[in-house]
Design a protein around this ligand. Structure first.
Ligand code: 6DK
Ligand code: ZN
Length: 387
């Protein structure tokens, strides 16, 4: 450690991190016997934390205290039924829990144990704290290493491994406090949520579908609505309604197998032109890593360098106010190396060049063209070419 010299400012830690191993207590009730049975396993977050620590990132970051999301906060994005359902799940008897788990697993891809409610509150509260720290200017950017994930959770329904929609709740809390009519009015009027999880964030889309203060952009496997969550809503024609018209952008891949070339093309040709025109005050990444090479659910090939490039491009917006919040990602090695690449980019380290071929698949180019044609109705940046 260098001695402090008078007059020489101590470098501020400008990149935040939230994490708590308590969130590992949410686990499949049967996983005491076979931890590998369910992909959304506790070690997902410790694998990321350990990798960041091993590479010296954690000591360069400001660790924010994590806390429970409050009922009033969760209720900004959800019905009371969701709060009650999740909170009461902690008090079910083993038998009731088993039958509920069976039901939820089948229909909604959810499991619960006696700790799930507490973990869902922490996961959501962690993202709220990170967003608040960035919006208030205490830090420039940050990574929330949280679970359970959130982006499938609808206003009235938990599903797809998600209880509370962490990103939607945190966005609504920030807009309430710092938005046009908020206590510290004026600092936050436009938020970009960029969702690169391989699944469509149906819950986040629903939360802001009529809202012009939030631009939701999702890149996901869609396959005509056959890929999870298995609804037409992730299609390219779903562009928002009312005040939110033109504030929802879906980039739906018609098949798997997409990699850096396709993701970077989508960024260069859709995400960044729209984002620069929108001029957000804050960027939140729904940062699932299940489009990464090696993921057992995603079937795509995005590399750590690809994630670093996307993070770097987004950091050019909103004065670098970028929050990455973990969503999915199920190969422990892939999510650790992807999260490391994102974090190093947030820390300002040199951005590694993509190593894969940047030739975009024909099917992906067609998707990009369709999305541009749809969104050209709302964005001048897309209107100059013959579509
Ligand atoms: N279920 C998510 O990554 C969640 O988007 C994805 C949820 C997929 C549910 C369908 C599915 C399996 C697969 C294998 C074994 C058990 C269940 F919300 C996020 F976490 F981000 O593939
Ligand atoms: Zn996912």
């Amino acid at each position: 450690m260098l001695p402090l010299q008078p007059g020489v400012p101590v470098p501020q830690k400008r990149t935040g991190v939230v994490y708590s191993a308590v969130m590992m207590l949410h686990m499949h009730p049967d996983e005491h016997f076979d931890r590998d049975e369910h992909p959304e396993k506790p070690e997902r977050i410790s694998a990321i934390w350990d990798r960041l620590d091993a590479h010296g990132c954690i000591k360069r970051m400001r660790r924010l205290p994590i806390r429970d999301a409050l009922r009033e906060e969760v209720m900004l994005a959800h019905d009371e039924g969701i709060w009650n359902g999740v909170e009461w799940s902690a008090f079910f008897t083993d038998d009731a829990l088993a039958s509920q788990t069976e039901h939820l697993n089948g229909e909604d891809s959810l499991y619960v144990n006696e700790h799930s409610a507490a973990c869902a509150r922490l996961s959501c509260g962690g993202v709220i704290e990170m967003v608040e720290a960035v919006v208030s200017g205490r830090i420039r950017n940050g990574f929330a290493i949280v679970r359970p994930p959130g982006h499938h959770a609808e206003p009235d329904r938990s599903m797809g491994f998600c209880f509370y929609n962490n990103v939607a709740v945190a966005t609504k809390v920030a807009l309430q406090k710092y938005g046009r009519r908020g206590e510290s009015a004026g600092t936050l009027s436009k938020v970009l949520i960029l969702d690169w999880d391989v699944h469509h964030g149906n819950g986040t889309q629903s939360a802001f579908y009529e809202d012009d203060a939030v631009l939701y952009i999702s890149i996901h496997r869609h396959e005509g609505g056959k890929f999870f969550p298995g609804k037409p809503d992730g299609g390219h024609t779903f562009s928002g309604v009312g005040a939110g018209l033109g504030r929802n952008v879906n980039i739906p891949w018609p098949e798997g197998d997409m990699g850096d070339a396709e993701y970077l093309a989508a960024f260069q040709q859709i995400v960044m032109p729209i984002a620069f025109e929108y001029q957000p005050d804050l960027v939140i990444i729904s940062a699932g890593f299940d489009a990464a090479e090696g993921d057992p659910l995603g079937g795509c090939h995005v590399s750590p360098q690809g994630y670093a490039q996307m993070t770097h491009m987004l950091s050019g917006l909103a004065n670098g106010r970028v929050v990455a919040a973990l969503e999915g990602g199920y190969n422990l090695e892939s999510i650790a190396s992807s999260a490391l690449a994102v974090t190093e980019t947030l820390l300002g380290d040199p951005v590694p060049a993509p190593q894969q071929s940047l030739r975009c698949k024909v099917l992906a180019s067609q998707t990009i063209r369709e999305v541009r044609r749809e969104q050209a109705r709302y964005w001048k940046a897309l209107q100059h070419d013959k579509l």
